[in-house]
Design a protein around this ligand. Structure first.
Ligand code: NAD
Length: 484
């Protein structure tokens, strides 16, 4: 059942398989240490996984709601029980601090527990017909085999908010995680397979294929009945086009350039505490992180001073050290991209208030100083595109109306926030911000697990994830007419 060596990487048709090409993952906190050695699946592995999932799904579909609920509950308990072991893997290969990783795994456990209950109350309704002597049943059925393509920044919680509803509502799963975080994907798959087998269900319902996006990810998209994707806009767009060609359903959660408005009536210290939390933890690699602080002129200087003071005290370093608050960025590609954006910001006239370059630490790692730009405009590249690193900008505005206009002047619409004591502005912002999620006096990052998650514009496509909305994607409605 368990992979015998760390090169036995893919879980296909109920058994662990070696892949072909070798995949070495280096610890981003210490480039002299290998975090793990794995192997990549091939396109024929994907075909076999899909065939096995398709063969196993009818038994799962026919299982009682209680049987499905018990499997989800077992997954939840295993996540709670093994959270320390899982957190260490996530920290070693992904650069998350241990508290960050524990928070994520606990959230994933809660997600599985939430969907254990949802499995029991899968809804349906009986209505009267407009025709005499006829009744109408509206019921929900599983979609079939779902392909889940996920990124590296939340390698447990993001997959779990797809895996849990997919299984809860009777589907089989092919999971293609990011090839940057194979170790944690294997550990999560192991506990899911154990939960299925412990309840007499075929482990082939759940398949893990690790590989590069353009070949293995694309092979999954080409073979399944529906695709739920989280990742970048460019990849998402490509997947959506392919799904449209195949006429299968698709759900995309993509990037963001999230605004946090700070109004003049706010307390600058509180605003800075929320601001630092919004932009920099997990090295800014959160799709809901703040990229743009849109700050009213009257509080601008006090806010920037409070931010830079707090930023100077942030402890950036090896993810496994207890004193570390912010770990490295995940890899060289990400670091180079972040540094390129910093350079572009400077070239376009932004001023550095804090950070701006790499940090030396006792171990060689991808450490980047939390960076704050001031004197930026909303037209600058750093404010138009998603940086996805510990980099944020301050945009000075004259009043609330300009702040709202700037906040909405973006291609994205995932999260947003406002810091104010004004009920009038808070209510107006909530009603008029073009974002899927909005926060009052809270960081833009950090959401609950039992309510819908998603965005607008280029940040999302298709039905919402999480909460009671998740059922929309993972089930198909059937309308049945019955003459009595
Ligand atoms: P990415 O798009 O590069 O990769 C995401 C996944 O897609 C990976 O598993 C990758 O292997 C796969 N993939 C790549 N090309 C593919 C293709 N042609 N066909 C099929 N699959 C393919 O994104 P990333 O760098 O892993 O993640 C960072 C991005 O994810 C950021 O833009 C971030 O905002 C976004 N993100 C969004 C949310 C959200 O819920 N909105 C959450 C987390 C991350």
């Amino acid at each position: 059942m368990s992979p015998a060596s760390d090169r036995i990487t893919n879980f296909i048709a109920g058994s662990w398989r070696p892949g072909r090409e070798r995949l070495d993952i280096v610890n981003p906190s210490n480039l002299d240490e290998l975090a793990g050695s794995y192997s990549l699946a091939g396109a024929d592995d994907v075909a076999e996984a899909v065939a096995a999932a398709r063969a196993a799904q009818p038994q799962w579909r026919a299982a009682t709601v209680e049987q499905r609920s018990l499997v989800l509950d077992a997954i939840s308990r295993a996540l709670f029980d093994r959270k320390d072991e899982l957190a260490r893997i996530a920290a070693t290969e992904g650069g998350k601090t241990i508290p960050d990783a524990l928070g994520e795994i606990t959230r994933a456990a809660h997600l599985a527990r939430f969907f254990a209950a949802e499995a029991l109350r899968a809804p349906g309704e009986t209505l009267g017909s407009v025709r005499p002597g006829v009744e109408v049943d509206v019921t929900r059925e599983p979609v079939g085999v779902i392909g889940l393509v996920t990124p590296w920044n939340f390698p447990v919680a993001t997959p779990m908010w797809k895996i849990a509803p997919a299984l809860a509502f009777g589907n089989a799963v092919i999971w293609k995680p990011s090839e940057k975080t194979p170790g944690i994907s294997i550990a999560v798959t192991r506990l899911i397979a154990e939960a299925l087998e412990a309840h007499g269900m075929p482990a082939a319902l759940f398949n893990l294929v690790i590989g590069a996006g353009p070949n293995i990810g694309a092979a999954v998209v080409d073979a399944v009945d529906a695709v739920s994707f989280t990742g970048s806009v460019n990849t998402g767009r490509r997947i959506a086009v392919r799904c449209a060609e195949r006429m299968i359903r698709v759900q995309l959660e993509l990037g963001g350039q999230n605004p946090l408005v700070v109004l003049g009536d706010a307390d600058p210290e509180r605003a800075a505490e929320i601001g630092v939390n919004s932009a920099y933890f997990h090295a800014g690699q959160r799709c809901t992180a703040t990229g743009r602080f849109i700050v009213e002129d009257s509080i601008h200087d006090a806010f920037v001073a409070a931010m830079t003071e707090r930023m100077a005290a942030l402890r950036v370093g090896h993810a496994l050290l207890p004193e570390t608050q912010i770990g490295p960025v995940i890899d060289e590609f990400q670091l180079t991209k972040n540094l390129h954006y910093i350079d572009t910001g400077l070239k376009e006239g932004a001023q550095l208030a804090s950070g701006g370059g790499r940090l030396d630490r006792p171990t060689r790692g991808w450490f980047l100083a939390p960076t704050l730009f001031t004197e930026t405009s909303n037209a600058m590249t750093i404010n138009r595109e998603e940086v996805f690193g510990p980099v944020a900008s301050v945009i000075r505005v004259k009043d609330y109306e300009e702040a709202l206009h700037v906040a909405n002047d973006t291609d994205y619409g995932l999260s947003s926030g406002i810091i104010t004591n004004s009920m009038k502005h808070a209510r107006h912002f909530q009603a008029n911000i073009q974002a899927g999620m909005t926060m009052l006096n809270l960081p833009t990052a950090g959401v609950d697990y039992h309510v819908p998650f998603g965005g607008r514009k280029m940040s999302s496509y298709g039905p919402r994830e999480q909460g009671r909305s998740a059922i929309e994607f993972y089930t198909i409605i059937k309308t049945a007419y019955r003459a009595l």
